[in-house]
Design a protein around this ligand. Structure first.
Ligand code: GLA
Ligand code: ZN
Length: 688
């Protein structure tokens, strides 16, 4: 296993710091010097600047005021603090909205929005792109040789869409390209003879709207694809001057948690490094570990996108201000959350925000520096302590993750499933189901990638693709090759129903996967949440499953067509019919799980499979529920993270190998006491 090169070429340290808004303190510039002093005290080495600075950099069209930013950059340079420089596109000035109203967004109801808020530009508007190009060019020219400039942060948390005339025209052009200018192809893809929806002229095409067309699934899917492409086009336009002027500086667009309005895999592939903003609320409650495993899932997805370390661009150093209950961060949570990010592949722990605003909607959002700007606050000390620990962990920079398992989470598939009417409305819980599958591996301390349908399956021993409803072009063939070459593939009910246009397969579900899975899915029964159907393990089944499990919500009625039956339904009118099958295909195996099964089934099926496939766990010892172990490696050393998201103390058996504490260097015995919410990083020799 090889180490990756550091994200910041000449700065091989974990980044620690975050969003800094000195323009809010322009009336009291003495605060700026105090900030530098405090940054050092907090063991921070990076700030993100300029995220919402547009009007302070360009107070009128074409009139630029860089003096304050020059001063800040100089201070950062002197203090040897790295700067993630943002382009200001995340919030446009009022003058721009007045002068170029086309930069304002139009919502799906076709109303032009007033100026205000943020993240509200039209992503097609030539005026917006031109203004971005002008200011981004100036910023890049001005700071291109500055020693602190380490990364470009383009815009902020791209989200939403725009339905203005410019966007409608761009959508039409996009549709024409997609369907080779052939209306018949379009009408087939959108199945538009239904309800007399046949399109007879390209001009009739509009974006989906609650006051117009919104029930044509192919149309909705194409709009979401267009929104992704148009967001990427805007990102590329904003990034163009940066790439031209500073080709050596990495460019990123920070992503939002589980936001699904953009195909984040596609956006990731357009940038140099993946970054994201993580805002879980750990509450010191029994369910914390479920939240933690979901955060682990998002981290792992970010790492898997470019198969290399990512940047945690934002997280809350203290309580948030926008959740229903904004509980304070409990003692130890800050260290735990920070090390958790590292454990899953982050090379940074960064925050929103450095200093609390005095006014505005985020004045109560946690910050490293409080309104009363003392380094003696609990939060400040927690941040400084994490910074001290990060300072001892340079070896982790670039360390890789070896995952033999991947769970497939695909945005196009999600859009299609969420849009499908029936057989269970409104929510078929695709996302939750994928996370639930991931959770089994998290609990076991098995490294797991989170990939989309277009990712390379060949890297893995086991690929788990729950509810693979929509098959993107070429994917069935790639799955077939993966299995034929010796891979193990698991899929479930609600798989292989539709093609990329959301048109149902007419060759029997699961469509092009039917042959390799060796089954035919004839019908799917959905049952009420308080009902369940027993699933009975078959005798001597190869997964060692035993007894009866409970299936909930989805029970697909399948026929084995060559696949071996490992479990059957134990109730309902489909009693005795297959519930779990496996088909040998080439050198590999393809499992089909016909129902949504309980936690015991998940655990037994996937831990057995992992064991049979020789998939390593992070440590040999058992992990109590709520404690995970994750590994990163530089090829010589493994960094083993032990993370407890439970209140009680537990003793963890590490198994063979000699361990030492990565921070203190102290040797560790064969076992380790973990108090509640403890987080530790250990080092051991890497073995293959
Ligand atoms: C997002 C934004 C930040 C800030 C935080 C608050 O991540 O990017 O500007 O609003 O949320 O949690
Ligand atoms: Zn628009």
């Amino acid at each position: 296993m090889k180490k990756h090169s550091p994200v910041v070429a000449n700065f091989p340290h974990l980044l620690h710091g975050g969003d800094y808004n000195p323009e809010q303190w322009i009336r009291t510039p003495e605060v700026w010097d105090e900030d530098v002093r405090l940054l050092k005290l907090a063991n921070c080495n990076v700030v993100s600047l300029g995220i919402f600075s547009w009007v302070m950099l360009e107070p009128e069209d074409g009139k630029y005021t860089f003096d304050w930013l020059d001063q800040i950059m100089e201070k950062m340079g002197r203090a040897k603090i790295q700067v993630v420089m943002a382009t200001p596109g995340g919030a446009k000035p009022a003058w721009m909205a007045r002068k170029y109203p086309e930069t304002l967004r139009v919502n799906a109801q076709r109303q032009r929005l007033l100026w205000g808020g943020r993240h509200n530009h039209c992503f097609t508007s030539p005026a917006f792109r031109a203004k971005c190009d002008a200011i981004n060019t100036l910023i890049a020219e001005r700071y291109k040789d500055h020693p602190s400039l380490c990364m470009w942060h383009v815009n902020n948390e791209y989200n939403g869409d725009c339905h203005c005339d410019l966007c409608q025209n761009a959508f039409r052009a996009w549709i024409r390209r997609r369907y080779d200018n052939d209306l018949d192809k379009l009408n087939l893809a959108w199945w538009s003879n239904f309800w007399s929806h046949t399109i007879t002229d390209w001009e009739q095409i509009e974006s989906p709207s609650p006051i117009g067309e919104n029930r044509v699934h192919g149309h909705n899917l194409d709009w979401k694809r267009f929104v992704t492409d148009q967001t990427i086009a805007c990102f590329n336009a904003e990034a163009a001057p940066l790439r031209r002027i500073t080709p050596h500086i990495p460019v990123t667009a920070n992503m939002i948690g589980s936001y699904s309005g953009i195909d984040y895999f596609k956006l990731a592939r357009a940038g140099d490094v993946v970054s994201w903003d993580s805002y879980p609320s750990y509450h010191d409650r029994p369910g914390d570990w479920r939240i933690a495993s979901h955060v682990g899932f998002m981290h792992d997805q970010r790492r898997s996108m470019l198969n290399k370390p990512f940047i945690l661009m934002e997280s809350a150093p203290a309580q948030q201000n926008y959740k229903a209950v904004c509980k304070l961060k409990r003692p130890k949570m800050h260290m735990l959350e920070g090390l958790q990010a590292l454990a899953h592949g982050s090379d940074s722990v960064m925050y929103f925000q450095w200093r609390k605003s005095r006014g505005g909607v985020e004045k109560f959002h946690g910050a490293v520096v409080d309104h009363y700007a003392s380094p003696e606050t609990r939060v400040f000390k927690d941040v400084a302590e994490l910074g001290r620990v990060l300072g001892k962990l340079d070896g982790i920079v670039g360390a890789a993750t070896q995952a033999d398992v991947a769970v497939v989470y695909d945005y196009e598939n999600r859009w299609a499933i969420d849009d499908a009417a029936g057989p269970r409305n409104p929510d078929k819980q695709y996302y939750d189901t994928v996370v639930e599958h991931y959770r089994t591996f998290w609990k076991e301390g098995i490294a797991c990638d989170v990939i989309d349908q277009l990712s390379d399956f060949g890297r893995y021993k086991l690929v788990v693709a729950p509810m693979l409803y929509l098959l993107r072009p070429g994917v069935a063939e790639r799955i077939e090759r993966f299995i034929a070459d010796g891979g193990t593939f698991v899929t479930t009910y609600f798989t292989g129903n539709v093609d990329e246009s959301d048109l149902c397969y007419t060759t029997g579900f699961p469509g092009p996967l039917r042959k390799l899975l060796g089954i035919w899915a004839e019908e799917v029964d959905v049952i009420y949440d308080d009902e369940s159907v027993p699933v009975v393990a078959g005798p001597d089944n190869r997964l060692g499953l035993s007894g009866t499990y409970a299936a909930r919500q989805f029970c697909e009625l399948i026929h084995a067509e060559g696949a071996a039956v490992l479990a059957t339904y134990g109730g309902e009118f489909y009693k005795g019919r297959p519930a779990l099958t496996v088909n040998q295909f080439g050198r590999g195996s393809a499992y089909f799980v016909a129902s949504r099964n309980d936690a015991r089934f998940q655990k037994e099926m996937f831990t057995t499979l992992a064991r049979q496939l020789g998939i390593k766990r992070a440590i040999d010892g058992e992990l109590p529920e709520g404690i995970t172990a994750q590994v990163r490696s530089d090829g010589d050393n493994d960094f083993v993270f032990l993370l407890s998201f439970v209140r009680d103390a537990h003793t963890i058996q590490l198994g063979p190998g000699s361990y030492r504490d990565a921070v203190t260097g102290a040797p560790i015995g064969a076992s380790l006491e973990l108090e509640g919410y403890d987080s530790r990083v250990l080092i051991r020799k890497h073995s293959t």
